[in-house]
Design a protein. Structure first.
Ligand SMILES: NC(=O)c1ccc[n+]([C@@H]2O[C@H](COP(=O)([O-])OP(=O)(O)OC[C@H]3O[C@@H](n4cnc5c(N)ncnc54)[C@H](OP(=O)(O)O)[C@@H]3O)[C@@H](O)[C@H]2O)c1
Ligand SMILES: [Zn+2]
Ligand SMILES: [Zn+2]
Length: 359
């Protein structure tokens, strides 16, 4: 069945048709509002580097046509008869997952993000066997369990990136105990994830050092994002001086890079937490881990309960993303710039005002 006829409700977005990296207008369809579903008009959607990995099939599991977008915010237009948490007019968001089994150990533990049957927001199969499509589109329909409430004091455009970049950095800071005032945490890569990692860590009372390949990001990272210090990873002398000073590091880098210098920055028992998802495996030097009982770990987004907690924490501490709002027609240029780390610090598509079914 065609994408347009699969479901009763007309939908429109931008899709990648192959791994070339180019997106173009795409007509498809969405399901009717089920009894536990929330339907909303998409107003803004952030562009995560994962969207770029997926558009180009860099992780090897993309299916086309692929409508990316998992930092989706908007306003509720319809709720199902059994929906309890939301009503028409509410400001809401959807992040990286739209389904999970709801009964495994992870789900029971509020960790739907680690459910083996989790359903990703796009390029996955929903319960009914149809393909999921993301937020570079005019409407969303999702089970209320996977819908987040956006508090009134958070501007929707700047809040959108919290749905992925926010929770992906907040969760490991909490889980790995890197949230204690006075601790020293490194953040590697000042992109979409990295810049909100700095803000969350600072709000938790942690001392933050940014480790970056871009010397021109220093002034803003220190003055504006609130980082306590800034290391250019190529600067051997300064890297050397920082050896053994950090309790933990959140590594957000999207491409291959050496881990040895990062492990060196850790104190004994320090934790290097990988959240960036390079397409190729990284080399792990083991000896420096043994010398200091250091740990290398990974972390993937967060469960629904923690995601709401993160949004509420952000609202309380006035944490939002620094964004460059773009019209949908700029999408392909934005993707090219994101590939070159040329964005301060997240592109957010103005879906509400610029995505028209005729474009
Ligand atoms: N674990 C999860 O659940 C999860 C969730 C979302 C995203 N991700 C992944 O996290 C990664 C980052 O996402 P993002 O949206 O923050 O991307 P982004 O905005 O492109 O930021 C990545 C940053 O990494 C640094 N970088 C890029 N290429 C580099 C290289 N070759 N060597 C060293 N540093 C480099 C750059 O910072 P500097 O200029 O400061 O060096 C860049 O700004 C992606 O791989 C994405 O798929 C994972
Ligand atoms: Zn993401
Ligand atoms: Zn489960």
């Amino acid at each position: 069945m065609s994408n347009e006829q699969e479901h009763p409700r007309k939908a429109f977005g931008w899709a990648a048709r192959d791994s070339s990296g180019v997106l173009s207008p795409f007509s498809f369809s969405r399901r009717e509002t089920g009894e536990k579903d929330v339907t909303f008009k998409v107003l803004y959607c952030g562009i995560c580097h994962s969207d770029l990995h997926m558009v180009k099939n860099e992780w090897g599991f993309s299916t086309y046509p692929l409508v990316p977008g998992h930092e989706i915010v908007g306003e509720v237009t319809e709720v199902g008869s059994n929906v309890q948490k939301f009503k028409v007019g509410d400001k809401v968001g959807v992040g990286c997952i739209v389904g999970a089994c709801r009964s495994c150990d992870s789900c029971t533990d509020h960790l739907e993000n680690y459910c083996p049957k989790q359903i990703l927001t796009y390029s996955a199969k929903y319960y009914d066997g149809t393909t999921t499509y993301g937020g570079y589109s005019d409407i969303m329909v999702a089970d209320e369990h996977f819908v987040l409430r956006i508090p009134d004091n958070l501007p929707l455009d700047c809040a959108a990136p919290l749905l992925c970049a926010g929770i992906t950095t907040y969760s490991p800071l909490r889980y790995f105990g890197l949230d204690k005032p006075g601790m020293h945490v490194g953040v590697v890569g000042v992109g979409g994830l990295g810049h909100v990692a700095v803000k969350f860590a600072k709000a938790m009372g942690v001392k933050v050092t940014v480790i970056s390949t871009s010397p021109n990001k220093e002034e803003e990272a220190v003055k504006h994002l609130g980082a306590d210090s800034f290391l250019v990873s190529r600067d051997q002398e300064k890297m050397q001086a920082a050896i053994g000073t950090m309790d933990g590091i959140i590594d957000t880098v999207s491409a291959q890079h050496p881990l040895l210098p990062l492990i060196g920055l850790l104190k004994s028992h320090g934790k290097l937490v990988m959240v960036g998802a390079p397409e190729k495996p990284l080399e792990l030097p083991v000896f420096p881990l043994l010398m200091g009982r250091k740990m290398v770990a990974g972390s993937g987004i967060g469960g629904m309960k923690e995601t709401q907690e993160m949004i509420d924490f952000a609202a309380k501490h006035n944490i939002t993303a620094d964004i460059e709002v773009i019209p949908i027609d700029y999408l392909n240029t934005a993707m090219e710039r994101l590939a070159k780390a040329d964005v301060r610090y997240r592109f957010v598509i103005d879906i509400g005002n610029t995505l028209k079914a005729t474009s």
